[in-house]
Design a protein around this ligand. Structure first.
Ligand SMILES: [Mg+2]
Length: 127
């Protein structure tokens, strides 16, 4: 994603995580909550939101797992919790100055080395 940069009409590359970071910054800033958004508090909030996401899956059985792929109130609640998880993950990257996309791509490289397809074809045993 590209958007006009400041001055001179130059193009500054902006990723989707930057858009999310900006949204979070605005939301947090407008409420004077910046001082609460420390790495520790954000990490705890992230874990809490993961818990809320998992709660939606608790006691789910059989056909319900297929139903949530299609629609319904439960799917809406799950999608909301996914957004909450994303909020705190991106917020953590924001306050720690981490380029999440770069971190992700680097980690995927490590994952590829750790799980070569010829050795892990169709199985996911721990190496
Ligand atoms: Mg939530």
């Amino acid at each position: 994603m590209f958007s006009p940069g400041v001055g001179g009409g130059s193009l500054v590359k902006e990723g989707e995580f930057d858009v999310i970071k900006r949204e979070i910054e605005r939301f947090v800033g407008e409420r004077g909550w910046e001082r609460y958004h420390t790495p520790k508090e954000i990490a705890l909030s992230l874990a809490a939101e993961v818990g809320e996401l998992l709660r939606e899956f608790q006691w789910m059985e059989g056909e319900e797992e297929e139903e949530i792929k299609r629609g319904g109130v439960r799917r809406e609640r799950i999608v909301d919790e996914m957004a909450d998880v994303l909020f705190y993950l991106v917020d953590l990257s924001r306050v720690m100055n981490v380029d999440l996309m770069e971190a992700f791509l680097k980690k995927m490289e490590k994952n590829r080395e750790k799980y070569p397809p010829e050795r892990f074809q169709g199985n996911y045993e721990r190496p």
